[in-house]
Ligand binder design. Structure first.
Ligand SMILES: Nc1ncnc2c1ncn2[C@@H]1O[C@H](COP(=O)(O)OP(=O)(O)OP(=O)(O)O)[C@@H](O)[C@H]1O
Length: 256
């Protein structure tokens, strides 16, 4: 069974059909990437899956469960985590604090139990810390654990955002342009992290990305979209060679 099924998904803003009848599936353990020129609807697809936007039509099924109308705050608890194109972290908190906030979706204690600091709460706290420390080790962030986000280099902040998503122990991680703003070397490192997430953690990755070197290297399958509509779906090399894809990018004078 597919981990994620997106069926005939649509949404319009005013007169603009930002996502127009898009369907695809993401299989367990694969890296599936959505590419397309600027304004193609890629981030909107992410916002629909993470339930920030209400679709006007279609269905989203995660692990056999229809999540199309589920509130956004229930999504993380089901095992879907995401990063944002413009990093969304708490700038004046430490890396550790940001990751502990990422555990919020996995809270098993109520606020009044937290207030009384019952043994159950202390046990849960220890478990949150254990998971977060594992993520810090996995992404080699130990040197930054107690540093404030505001003072960190951009590339490290991008990694911390991924760490925060991993802290919620997702089965599916949505990465919105993980390489944007990164140097060539940092983009190569990002490819390693994505491969490690897939191979070592067994994660399923759904990604939006413009950098075709990264896309070709890590993706099992690629969906190209333009003006909200699907253009091509297949292996990275197949999609890059598709005449419809080339034409869509040429319109923007930007090679795929
Ligand atoms: N909240 C919104 N309100 C109005 N229009 C929106 C909104 N979000 C997206 N759009 C429009 O929907 C279309 C698709 O935008 P989207 O951001 O999904 O594209 P994208 O493929 O992610 O682009 P980019 O690669 O530049 O990030 C664009 O025409 C955009 O202006």
């Amino acid at each position: 069974m597919s981990l994620l099924q997106v069926e005939s998904l649509s949404i319009a803003f005013g007169g603009v059909k930002a996502v127009d009848n898009i369907s695809f599936t993401v299989e367990p353990g694969e890296v599936f990437t959505i590419v397309g020129p600027n304004g193609a609807g890629k981030s909107t697809i992410f916002n629909l899956i993470s339930r920030l936007y209400e679709p006007s039509g279609g269905r989203i099924v995660f692990d056999g469960r229809d999540i199309t109308r589920l509130p956004a705050h229930d999504i993380a608890g089901l095992g879907i985590a995401r990063t944002f194109q413009n990093i969304e972290l708490f700038d004046h908190s430490s890396v550790l604090q940001n990751l502990l906030i990422g555990r919020h979706a996995r809270r098993t204690t109520s606020w009044h139990e937290d207030l009384l600091f019952l043994p159950k709460v202390r046990r849960a706290e220890r478990e949150h810390r254990r998971i977060v420390e594992e993520v810090i080790d996995f992404l080699e962030l130990a040197a930054y654990r107690d540093k404030l986000i505001a003072g960190l280099p951009y590339g490290v902040r991008k990694l911390v955002e991924i760490a925060r998503a991993l802290s919620s122990e997702p089965r599916l991680i949505l990465l919105d342009e993980p390489a944007s703003g990164l140097s060539v070397e940092e983009t190569q490192d990002m490819a390693w992290w994505i491969e490690d997430m897939q191979k070592d953690l067994g994660l399923t990755v759904l990604m939006v990305e413009h950098d075709m070197s990264l896309v070709s290297r890590v993706s099992d399958r690629v969906l190209a979209v333009a003006e909200g509509r699907p253009l091509a779906l297949g292996r990275p090399d197949e999609v890059q060679a598709d005449p419809k894809v080339i034409e869509a990018y040429l319109g923007q004078q930007e090679a795929p």
